[in-house]
Design a protein around this ligand. Structure first.
Ligand code: TXA
Ligand code: MG
Length: 322
């Protein structure tokens, strides 16, 4: 059972020792990464890992990413590590990339959601690195948001979702990238697969592997269970538009709906709240749309946005019906 926590401590990056102490006694601590905040528990504490699923309301079949400080740790977590792993790690670790490998049978099944594979990531954020170094062991961490809600890109976002439910959050300010890591499946080296696009692009990965990645298809939700669930969604209905005309036409149909527009361009004439559309601030604005109780968030996907595979993926997911 989850013990009662009266209030979640807001720790400064200088208070890493306190965070380490809490994690070592099986508590959950949220921490900043360069992508989004993570909700951490020690990999070797299955009860703490179960708490992550409880507090997030996360479906039990959705596996977690293991965060590591250095490459030596991977060999304790995964087996049959292919050369492709080392090529990508050399190019992009530490950084916003997650690689899925064959799991070492000693990995707690709570972390891998009973899959034979395990996801590994080495974050570059200095606070995350400091935490992992001081812990001396890996941390499992999903994004620090209630399941289905937009991810948290600041300590305040974490508190909105978890005040009184987790022991602490380390405040590292805003996350610089704002969308989650790129996830590549390497469990079958014959078919390295893009399981989730991120800021490290498909092209960048392919240029290191010197071959094309398999793209998500009907099989992918089986390989990456997280893709099955609704994600990143505020309470408002999120609608995507691919031309200004279609957006204007929609607004003119009914002007009495409380709306927010996210777009690269600003339209003076549209008497709605308007904010920029970019990776780093997407989740903050989706969360803000809940604060101001919008009915609709309208998103203009111009050509530049359409080329941004990571952003389009999050927008499609946020706009899917529940
Ligand atoms: O940037 C990130 O990756 C952030 C920060 C905190 O590191 N973490 C994150 O975790 O986004 P989460 O749990 O919100 O998303 C992890 C994704 C899910 O779609 C999950 O299904 C997939 O990675 N995943 C995890 N383990 C997997 C595995 N063994 N096989 C396939 N997909 C896996
Ligand atoms: Mg998530």
């Amino acid at each position: 059972m989850q013990e009662k926590i009266l209030s979640t401590q807001l720790l400064s990056p200088k208070e890493i020792a306190k965070a380490v102490e809490l994690l070592r006694i099986g508590q959950l601590v949220a921490f900043p990464t360069e992508t989004v905040y993570g909700l951490g528990a020690l990999l070797d504490n299955p009860i703490a890992i179960q708490k992550i699923f409880q507090v997030k309301g996360r479906p039990k079949d959705n596996p977690l990413i293991v965060h590591i400080h250095s490459l030596e740790e991977v060999e304790k977590i995964a087996i049959d590590i292919p050369n492709e792993f080392y090529l990508l790690a050399e190019a992009f670790f530490p950084g916003p990339l997650t690689l899925v490998l064959e799991a070492n049978p000693n990995v707690p099944p709570e972390a891998s959601a009973h899959l034979p594979t395990i996801a590994v990531r080495c974050p570059s954020h200095p606070v995350a690195r400091d935490l992992l170094k001081n812990l001396g062991s890996p941390l499992v961490a999903p994004s620090a948001n209630l399941s289905g809600r937009p991810s948290a890109t600041s300590a305040e976002h974490v508190l909105e979702d978890f005040q009184g439910k987790i022991a602490a959050v380390i405040d590292g300010g805003k996350c610089s990238l704002g969308v989650e890591s790129t996830v590549i499946g390497l469990q079958s080296v014959n078919y390295p697969m893009l399981l989730r696009p991120g800021t490290i692009t498909r092209k960048e990965i392919e240029s290191i592997l010197k071959r094309p990645l398999c793209l998500p298809n009907r099989l992918t939700p089986i390989l990456s269970p997280g893709m099955r669930y609704r994600h990143y969604a505020p309470n408002a209905t999120v609608k995507l538009f691919f031309s200004k005309e279609a957006l204007f036409e929609h607004i003119l149909k009914d002007r009495n709906i409380k709306r927010m527009i996210l777009s690269e361009e600003n339209f003076q004439e549209m008497a709605c709240e308007q904010y920029p559309l970019e990776n780093a601030s997407l989740y903050a604005f989706l969360r803000y749309s809940d604060k101001i109780e919008c009915d609709e968030v309208l998103i203009l996907c111009n050509e530049t946005v359409q080329k941004n595979e990571a952003l389009m993926n999050r927008l499609y997911r946020a706009s899917e019906c529940p």
